[in-house]
Ligand binder design. Structure first.
Ligand code: SF4
Ligand code: FES
Length: 356
């Protein structure tokens, strides 16, 4: 379960997966409401809790939330930019039993990283935080979101992960949802970059076997088949928005005919099993014939519903990334247009919620 504790964040990354309509601080759940959700989640069978945002360190009660999650019996992973995590706070999180930290990097050079994150001095502060994470012995994953402006720095990014003592790194090419969709033409990597990155990851995996695990999320648009988004809709994961809304994935609100319930109003188990939004694309019955009769039906589950909505304007369609999809031409046309003209000159940065 991913708990988006807040949409507040000191950074304003142009690829943020948060929705365009960010939740304001006044609508955020209280500490005890989150604690109740964590207990319900554990009863439902959730094992791992990813504390995310926005920047989860923007919540003053972060330590209390970790304590509540651990008391509920959940494995806790903090997904953070590092900004807002002082040495004292990290020690308190360690004492609270936080199991794992996933630190995001926007780049390996201060100038580029601060430009992408829209936060001057961010890179330097992040490196200080990383030192303290290592000092306390937290298992660390470095999360490097890659795109046209930093994919060529992949060798240096892997070096950084090794230097920081990360046991795992996620080389995640930007997925075009949320704010990334607005910035697609600025972020889209070239085919040459993608091919080079794949070869490099294959080589680095061998070289650092036993020291560093490298996960690679390739960019969808260059793939022949879609990713199994969320491992299948309503199958193994759920997201809770800062206001308690329970979502099958982080972008589900872009599907206009779906409505979502709040965990503070309806028991989580009831939402998971019975909510029409979770039932909508669960399993295989909803699939178009193309996917129903395909041998990858139970491999990728027809791909991503939100991507089908964004590109084909139909959440029930085969993911347009799929080579078999009648909409694949739309993806190829987008690639051609974005890499050719490159009309966008600068990022459209994520804007904070109005009341912050
Ligand atoms: Fe996946 Fe459907 Fe494409 Fe088959 S047709 S590969 S199930 S998206
Ligand atoms: Fe919603 Fe893929 S992001 S199903």
């Amino acid at each position: 379960m991913l708990a988006e504790l807040t949409h507040r964040c000191p950074l304003s990354c142009p690829y943020c997966s948060n929705p365009q309509e960010l939740t304001t601080i006044s609508a955020e759940l209280e500490t005890d409401q989150w604690a109740d959700i964590f207990r319900q989640a554990a009863e439902l069978g959730v094992l791992q809790l990813h504390l995310s945002g926005g920047e989860p360190a923007s919540r003053r009660d972060l330590v209390d939330l970790v304590i509540a999650a651990r008391e509920a019996g959940l494995y806790t992973n903090l997904i953070t930019s590092g900004i807002g995590l002082t040495p004292k706070r990290l020690e308190a999180l360690n004492d609270a039993g936080l199991d794992h930290i996933q630190l995001s990097v926007q780049g390996v050079a201060p100038q580029l990283a601060d430009w992408v994150g829209g936060y001057k001095g961010g890179f330097e502060r992040k490196m200080h935080v990383a030192e303290h994470i290592a000092r306390l012995g937290f298992p660390l994953t470095l999360n490097a979101v890659m795109h046209r402006h930093n994919l060529d720095d992949l060798p240096a990014t892997i070096e950084l992960a090794l230097k920081l003592g990360a046991r795992r790194m996620e080389v995640a090419c930007v997925q075009f949802q949320g704010w990334a969709l607005e910035n697609r033409s600025m972020l889209q990597p070239t085919r040459e970059q993608v091919d080079a990155a794949k070869a490099l990851v294959a080589h680095a995996r061998k070289e650092h076997r036993g020291t560093l695990v490298i996960d690679f999320v390739p960019p969808d648009y260059y793939a022949d088949f879609p990713k199994a988004c969320m491992g299948g809709w309503g199958s193994t994961g759920l997201n809770i928005a800062p206001d308690g809304k329970v979502l099958p994935c982080h972008a589900a609100e872009t599907i206009p005919h779906l409505t979502f319930q709040h965990a503070q109003d309806v028991p989580l188990a009831e939402i998971w099993y019975d909510d029409p939004a979770f039932q909508a694309y669960r399993g295989t019955d909803w699939m178009p014939d193309l996917c129903q009769s395909c041998d990858r039906r139970d491999v990728d589950f027809g791909g991503c519903r939100c991507q089908a909505m964004a590109i084909a304007a139909d959440a029930g369609a085969t993911d347009p990334v799929c080579r078999k999809s009648p909409h694949r031409g739309l993806v190829d046309a987008l690639l051609e247009a974005e890499l050719g003209a490159q009309a966008q000159q600068d990022f459209i940065y994520r804007k904070p919620p109005a009341s912050v």
